[in-house]
Design a protein around this ligand. Structure first.
Ligand SMILES: Nc1ncnc2c1ncn2[C@@H]1O[C@H](COP(=O)(O)OP(=O)(O)O)[C@@H](O)[C@H]1O
Ligand SMILES: [Mg+2]
Length: 269
């Protein structure tokens, strides 16, 4: 088991108020799984991701990563686990804007015990892996959102982490770029990478094998994707909308695209 979480709780104190962001979560994730975490805003998704990523500590409960109880670790040991076992991708990329793609990807290796084994070569390989071989010396401020997120994925992967965590990685991307990033995650999963992703979008979650839904700091449901009732209903609805659209479209004409949708709306009136 890669991840074992037992009765995890996180309480934030805001003056006299106490916010139970996680209220007793149990979760096990095996090596190689691709899991989507879903839930309304404020349900505790980022809180659990930050704990799984060793960026934050729980108020109580256990988190065992690759057999090691992280809740017993001190700050230094936790920082080392974070650096060597975790790759984290954020919604807002979190790159150094003026540094090149290569420099951004090399950064985590500076703090790593593996830095002696050619950090430049490892960073290059990670950038090649995400399809940015020809953008290595571009500054991140000169890149599109999709390219920036691919740099961030390369940075997350450069240490060959046990788990890749992504908190709403497509939240700032358009639909084309979203598909690119999800295709990349799917490939990484097929290569054996353990991936946990937070998303609001059912379509994105549909690429994972398993969907864990949070509500008010508790796990509301945890199903394989194709057995998840909410997801299954979403897929059926999307399919019936697509077939209704296909019936409206005259045969042989190209579908989709903003112009096409606009025309068919006019035609329907
Ligand atoms: N640093 C913090 N201080 C106080 N409350 C927080 C903090 N971070 C999160 N919260 C609260 O904890 C709850 C869960 O937040 P979060 O994990 O960010 O939810 P999500 O990512 O699902 O939107 C929310 O009520 C949020 O307002
Ligand atoms: Mg969040």
């Amino acid at each position: 088991m890669t991840i074992e979480v037992r009765d995890l709780r996180k309480i934030y104190r805001m003056g006299v108020e106490r916010i139970h962001a996680l209220d007793g979560v149990d979760l096990s994730i095996e090596r190689g799984e691709f899991v989507a975490i879903m839930g309304a805003s404020g349900s505790g998704k980022s809180t659990i991701m930050n704990i799984l990523g060793c960026l934050d500590k729980p108020t109580s409960g256990e988190y065992i990563l690759n057999g090691k109880p992280t809740h017993k670790m001190g700050a230094i040991e936790l920082a080392r686990v974070r650096n060597e076992q975790i790759g984290f991708v954020f919604q807002t990329f979190e790159l150094l804007p003026r540094a090149t793609a290569l420099r951004n990807v090399q950064l985590p290796l500076q703090y790593s015990r593996r830095r002696f084994f050619g950090s430049r070569r490892m960073a290059k390989r990670a950038l090649e892996r995400v399809g940015l071989a020809d953008r290595m010396s571009h500054r991140s401020s000169q890149m599109s959102g999709g390219q920036r997120q691919r740099v961030a994925v390369a940075r997350a992967l450069v240490n060959r982490p046990a788990i890749l965590l992504a908190d709403e990685p497509t939240g700032n991307l358009d639909s084309t770029t979203t598909h690119e990033i999800i295709a990349l995650f799917t490939e990484l999963h097929e290569e054996g990478q353990t991936i946990i992703i937070v998303t609001h979008e059912e379509e994105v979650a549909g690429h994972a094998q398993r969907i864990v839904r949070l509500c008010d700091g508790l796990i509301m449901s945890d199903f394989p994707t194709n057995e998840d009732p909410i997801h299954t209903a979403f897929v059926q609805q999307a399919a019936s909308m697509a077939s209704a659209r296909a019936r409206r479209e005259p045969a042989g004409r190209p579908m989709l695209g903003p112009t096409r949708t606009h025309e068919s709306q006019e035609a329907a009136q």
